[in-house]
Ligand binder design. Sequence first.
Ligand code: MG
Length: 251
Amino acid sequence: MVSLKSEREIALMRESAKVLKEVFIRLKDFVKAGLSTKEIDLKAEKIIRSLKGQPAFLGYYDFPASVCTSINEQVVHGIPSSKRILKEGDILSLDIGVRYKDYCSDAARTWPIGQVSKEVLQLIDVTRASFFEGMKALQLKSRIGDVSSAIQKYVENRGYTVVRDFVGHGIGRSLHEDPQVPNYGEPGRGLVIQEGLVVAIEPMVNRGKHRVKILEDGWTVVTLDGSISAHHEETVAVTKNGPEILTQFEN
Ligand code: MG
């Protein structure tokens, strides 16, 4: 069931997203080669709590951390670990959820660690740009399938693939709500976009094939062919003035 949000609820989600943006902005200066992903997790939790938010991922289906840290061929849901040290040339997909005044916000970025190749930067750029292609298709009276198809076309036209086993989602008091927002699909299909819809749109883009698998830890999703993968996610509200990216900030 899709729960459409009132203007008051969207205002609260905007506040939640503001906290989340601040977390990303502060982490951007912190994240570097030599840090363990656990150190990033602990730093993120500290920032979230200092801003009076709660880490929405911690304990969600028993997830053991506040953020997901997915490196290189890891697509999503990487578990932070004191043993995994970031090194020059890695790419880090950092996915963070905040709960604030009982409303969730959810966003992800992929950051290069130090110098990475031009090809890797291009994967990150295409992933981010595919989100914005999806946004162009997100209009009052358009459909979820228009967004899905716009993302898929943009990515595949550039020689990459979109992950199919994991998808974007509605968001509100719960982290994951209806509807699902796949990164592939047919235009003209699915839910009609209407005022009050709030969704997390999150293209996951692989350099190789689209197939993924889950590691034995029960969480970490990796590409089946070992190719690198990038992720970009924003929480987006459809307001009476049109779509608004609640979590958008510089980079
Ligand atoms: Mg999400």
